[in-house]
Ligand binder design. Structure first.
Ligand code: ADP
Ligand code: MG
Length: 152
């Protein structure tokens, strides 16, 4: 599977990547985020939200699992950390197939419930402010999106 790797050196750099990505998103797109606590998943989501024209502050929805924001497209921000490994069907499909863009933090915890096609993003600590970002598109739509995004 093709993947794209790069390093960011500040939170702003991570945010401007997701801001740029946001410009290419469509209803029903799903992005999964992996990375340890403090890696930058929520920082990434904040940049994406800004790119969707969302002015409300985006926080990690630790106690709510799903938060919805209105922008040029709705953003469904999920943090499933507290679910642990759950087989329970919590109706995620309604979001994945909805009118907005879904971002899932700790997505591996609900891996059986994720759509087949998705944009997977892994963020790894490489130093105080340095993060390695690995983007792996699954499915034609996201492969095409990445080809365009990374040739800008
Ligand atoms: P997570 O949601 O993965 O637990 P957060 O985004 O909440 O992580 O926190 C990441 C922290 O790391 C923030 O305080 C952010 O400012 C900081 N940080 C430092 N360098 C970077 C970077 N290059 N990319 C993203 N975040 C960074
Ligand atoms: Mg977070």
């Amino acid at each position: 599977m093709e993947k794209y790797e790069f390093v960011t050196n500040t939170p702003d750099e991570t945010g401007s990547f997701s801001y740029r990505l946001a410009q290419r998103l469509s209803p029903g797109d799903v992005i999964t985020l992996e990375g340890d606590l403090g890696a930058g998943k929520t920082t990434f989501t904040k940049g994406l939200a800004k790119g969707l024209g969302i002015t409300r502050t985006v926080n990690s929805p630790t106690f709510t699992i799903i938060k919805e924001y209105k922008g040029s497209l709705p953003l469904y921000h999920m943090d499933v950390y507290r679910l642990e490994h759950s087989d329970e069907d919590l109706g995620f499909d309604e979001y994945f197939n909805g009118e907005g863009v879904t971002v899932v933090e700790w997505a591996h915890l609900i891996k059986d419930q994720l759509p087949q096609d998705r944009l997977t993003i892994k963020i790894e600590h490489q130093g105080d402010m340095k993060r390695k970002i690995t983007v792996t598109p699954i499915g034609e739509r996201y492969q095409h999106l990445c080809e365009e995004l990374f040739s800008e």
